[in-house]
Design a protein around this ligand. Sequence first.
Ligand code: PLP
Ligand code: COI
Length: 368
Amino acid sequence: MTTTDTTYPLQFELTPTPAARADAEREAMLADPGFGKYFTDHMVQIEWTVDEGWHDAAVVPYGPLSLDPAASVFHYAQEIFEGIKAYRHADGSVWTFRPDANGHRLQRSAERLALPKLAVEDFVESLKQLVAVDEKWVPSADETSLYLRPFMIATESFLGVRAAHRVGYYVIASPAGAYFTGGVAPVSIWLSTTYSRAGKGGTGAAKTGGNYAASLLPQEEAYQHGCSQVLFLNSTDGAYIEELGGMNVVLVYRDGTIVTPDSDSILEGITRDSILQLAEDRGHRVERRRVSIDEWRDGVASGDIVEVFACGTAAVVVPIAELKGDGVSIVSPVAGPDSLTLSLRAELTDIQYGRRPDRHGWLTRLDA
Ligand code: PLP
Ligand code: COI
């Protein structure tokens, strides 16, 4: 096994970029960031080799990586990533949300992809280091953030099929507005009955590029049908709901019970976990269990299911208006301003942006 748990805090060396964007250029990007279009002036990189473990931690100018064409990530997709945001508070300080949870998830993904584990404290430090130098890139307009994308790739030049002996970890950052162009407007979802995202014993619970590669063709189908995301069912019999291409799914019942799929082939979303905690705090019953597509259809038809929403770091919380597929149309009630969906979304974002007390200790300051 090639996994290594570093026990020392890494020291980062900074090489400032000679080509930082001018204030006016950066401000123009921050004024209309979209999602994943622009990147900040610097990035983090850390090397790992089987002999030396993690070393050479650095913050360097943002720019292309130079990799040998035989680097195994290109051939065998030994890759994992994370997604986490930095939020600007009203007093100008910059915070992130539950970074330990992302750090632990990166370790679980590393384990499944036979990549080395980065210590959680080094993961959190890597975010702090990047935000310290690119702090001006954290936007301050409502609902904007700096999206941080840590990732780890197999960089060894070797075509034999085994876990790489050389690995790189990087963090890049991109100012972000709403993931969906409609903001919190309800979205339509395409139900894929042809393709699975992940199989039993596969990599579905890991945040690895291959899962997203598998989602791209059905995602194109979704766009062709006017839908913004694709919903996957379990691969064995297609009877149970798994998750969307890049978000988890939650159903709200009339009696206040909140239900979300439990499966070992979906990503354990940190947004979902936080939303469910907030709902539990309010006295809602929360059930993590198998949810069939029939339960969704019948529940909406009978009026027992009153809201359905998707959630994830990039998209936050978005109501689902309709689930469409071959011969399928399940139209959920519209989540109005008083809906549980929007009220939980507001509570979560209020905590993230420092507008409400952080009673669970979820925030970590990044710029100090
Ligand atoms: N499921 C998938 C496939 C995702 O890509 C994401 C986004 O990261 C999620 C769920 C939600 O996870 P989180 O809330 O931790 O961002
Ligand atoms: C995230 O929410 O961080 C993701 O990785 C999902 C992706 C669709 C952007």
